[in-house]
Design a binder for this molecule. Structure first.
Ligand SMILES: [Zn+2]
Ligand SMILES: [Zn+2]
Length: 392
């Protein structure tokens, strides 16, 4: 089959203590401390085989994520930028939809021909974190497209327990191609959904919401905030093209935060009450969360999604006095997130298609990654088994 692999050299930084399991499995906790000289290779790999608890999928659509970019891009020292769990060489791609071609003998509830989206977080179900219901914090986790082969390929075998059916979307749209495009965006949308609605149960229709970051996760948060009845959605990003998409997805105000007095502006927009629900999807908490003080409403919630390794200073005194809670959020698995996102998409209440700036054939993947270096596009979707059409 055709597939896009990422190759990188094993070259642990002197300061990084490689553990025995990391050495043995080559699955490392901090990719940016180990993997050097990343490069993409498009070519032919063996077709995957379907185990008893797996299904074999023909991949319909697969999005390129910021994390894919951070595995592909190296810093000045030549190490990949992505700081998380990784094993290379590996096929990239974790935001995708596909059609079932084959089912393993132990699989129940799925059939050949079903259209599905797949959780990227491959939780084990047996570790302590999983047994507590915290599947996104599984201690034995594999991550599809990070540590195990991903979906930037014609075919992929995945465990049936990570699959969710997309038929409802296809029925609603009456167009399988469009349904599969939406299906590829269930995963990134699920990341925002998990942060907003699962981590803390503080969301209320009517809230004043502010979303920092206009990448796909921030844009999904804007769309979810609109679907969930926010009365104001203030989207902040330095890119005008991304703010334009935010407006299409439901942002009521869009702001470039550069040089802005954040507290004064947010207070003015919220009639002096402050923001009830803040979503950090910029990965720049020093610029987004640190300045927030008087513009946090009493009882405000901060959902922190964007990744940043640097320590961040926060005005905890304000948090205490105003009863503010902050939840770090990771992942999208469990908690009914995938099926609820799929239902929202099927109902027409959540349409992420304005975010897709281009569809490209998988063979053009390297060009797509190159194009994304400028960060002008919000989302490029690759099609491993069909040719792109004009309309998104
Ligand atoms: Zn992603
Ligand atoms: Zn687990």
């Amino acid at each position: 089959m055709n597939a896009l692999q990422l190759l990188a050299d094993w070259n642990p930084k002197a300061a990084y203590q490689i553990s025995a399991p990391e050495l043995q499995s080559r699955k490392v906790k901090s990719g940016s401390s180990v993997w050097h000289n990343p490069r993409l290779e498009f070519g032919i790999l063996p077709d995957p085989e379907c185990a008893a608890d797996e299904v074999l999928l023909e991949v319909s659509a697969v999005g390129i994520c910021g994390s894919d970019m951070h595995m592909y891009e190296a810093g000045a020292d030549g190490y990949i930028l992505y700081p998380g769990l990784t094993r290379f060489p590996n096929i990239l791609g974790h935001e995708f939809s596909g059609r079932i071609l084959e089912i393993g003998k132990d699989v129940r509830g799925l059939a050949v021909g079903d259209l599905v989206a797949v959780e990227e977080v491959n939780w084990c179900g047996t570790c302590d974190a999983c047994r507590r219901g915290l599947v996104n914090h599984c201690t034995q986790m594999e991550e599809l497209g990070f540590t195990t082969p991903g979906a930037m390929a014609q075919y992929i075998a995945v465990k049936a327990k990570y699959c969710w059916k997309l038929e409802e979307i296809a029925e609603r749209l009456g167009d399988e191609r469009q349904a599969m495009l939406l299906g590829a965006m269930v995963e990134p949308t699920g990341v925002s959904y998990h942060a907003m609605f699962n981590r803390l149960s503080t969301w209320k229709p009517g809230v004043y919401a502010a979303v920092f970051g206009g990448g796909p996760i921030g844009l999904a948060a804007v769309a979810l905030a609109a679907a969930a009845g926010a009365s104001q959605i203030i989207a902040l990003d330095v890119s005008e093209s991304r703010l334009e998409i935010a407006r299409k997805l439901g942002a009521t105000t869009t702001l470039n935060p550069k040089g802005l007095d954040l507290n004064a502006t947010l207070l003015e927009l919220t009639h002096g009450h402050g923001v009830d629900f803040v979503i950090e999807a910029a990965g720049a908490p020093m610029q987004t969360l640190s300045p927030l003080t008087s513009s946090l409403a009493v009882g405000a919630t901060i959902a922190h999604i964007g990744r940043s390794e640097k320590p961040t200073s926060l005005s905890l005194e304000h948090y205490q006095v105003r009863g503010v809670q902050l939840a770090g959020s990771l992942g999208h698995a469990g908690h009914g997130t995938f099926p609820n996102v799929i239902r929202l998409m099927a109902s027409g209440k959540l349409d992420m298609r304005p975010m897709v700036s281009a569809q490209m054939a998988l063979r053009d993947a390297k060009a797509a990654f190159k194009r994304l270096e400028s960060r002008v596009d919000a989302k490029i979707i690759l099609l491993p088994n069909s040719e792109p059409t004009e309309s998104v």
